[in-house]
Design a protein around this ligand. Structure first.
Ligand code: ATP
Length: 250
């Protein structure tokens, strides 16, 4: 199954419920190759739930609608097809990658295992590390021996080495200090143009979103209250809630 017409993510009428309560209702969301779409909104608005549902990772949720990611129909595909895209063609990057890494495993070992699991050769590793500006020496280190920014760049390099077409990133910079945030955003921005990588970004940080996103979806209480080109939505928000979010910026 391939990605058609450069569309990497396509969502229609997605509804995610927990215990009968709709926590995410997304009528339409498309992300094309080389494009960045951001989902913004306050805590609890349904951003992470939306992101996780696109990879079939919402346990115990009732989900309806149509979700295609890298050509796979996520809501109906067998687990095997989902496992094949998850972590490889569609990579998840979380707020604190160090927490997800096994503390007693060197990063190089972790990388080799991931490549083997997804049946990929190790010859993309140098290019992937270079793309995120990490020295190969990092592969000898354990997770606690790298900084938050290095860990995040390593997580992105892993995605690239595994052949990611899209990165789904949940608050990828909010655990980092400001200068390191800029480094990670710079890496993501370059990967979009150099590798045509698609990016779906969840963030409450509108300043960050304005530097990288082409389009924005604003969520409140599980609903999309506004969406459109980032420059337009952030400069001339039409919904009072978006205005509130913008006014809350420091
Ligand atoms: N596994 C779950 N079971 C029940 N309710 C859940 C579950 N996961 C999330 N929720 C609820 O869904 C709603 C949306 O949560 P979600 O984490 O998607 O919001 P968010 O916008 O990503 O917030 P944050 O920025 O704090 O992560 C919340 O009310 C949350 O309590």
């Amino acid at each position: 199954m391939s990605t058609q017409g450069g569309q990497v993510i396509s969502v229609r009428d997605l509804k995610v419920c927990y215990g009968g309560r709709v926590v995410a209702d997304v009528p339409e969301l498309d992300v094309g190759a080389g494009e960045c779409v951001a989902i913004v909104g306050e805590s609890g608005s349904g951003k992470s739930t939306t992101l996780l549902s696109l990879l079939g990772l919402t346990e115990n949720a009732e989900i309806s609608g149509h979700v295609r990611v890298c050509g796979v129909d996520v809501l109906t595909a067998p687990q095997k097809a989902l496992r094949a895209i998850r972590g490889a063609r569609a990579a998840l990057v979380m707020q604190s990658p160090q927490a997800a890494l096994s503390p007693a495993t060197r990063l190089g070992t972790l990388l080799r295992r991931a490549l083997k699991l997804h049946g990929r050769q190790g010859n993309d590793v140098d290019a992937a590390l270079e793309a995120v500006m990490l020295d190969r020496e990092i592969l000898r280190r354990y997770p606690h021996e790298v900084s938050g920014g290095q860990a995040q760049r390593f997580a992105i390099a892993l995605a690239i080495a595994l052949g990611a077409e899209v990165i789904l990133a949940d608050e990828p910079t909010s655990a980092l200090d400001v200068t390191v945030q800029a480094e990670v955003v710079g890496v993501l921005r370059r990967l979009r143009t150099e590798r045509d990588l698609a990016l779906l970004l969840v963030s409450h940080d509108l300043a960050l979103v304005s530097t990288i996103a082409d389009r924005v979806l604003v969520m409140k209480d599980g609903a999309v209250v506004e969406s459109g080109p980032a420059a337009e939505v952030l400069a001339r928000p039409s919904h009072p809630y978006t205005r509130e979010l913008l006014e809350a910026l420091p």
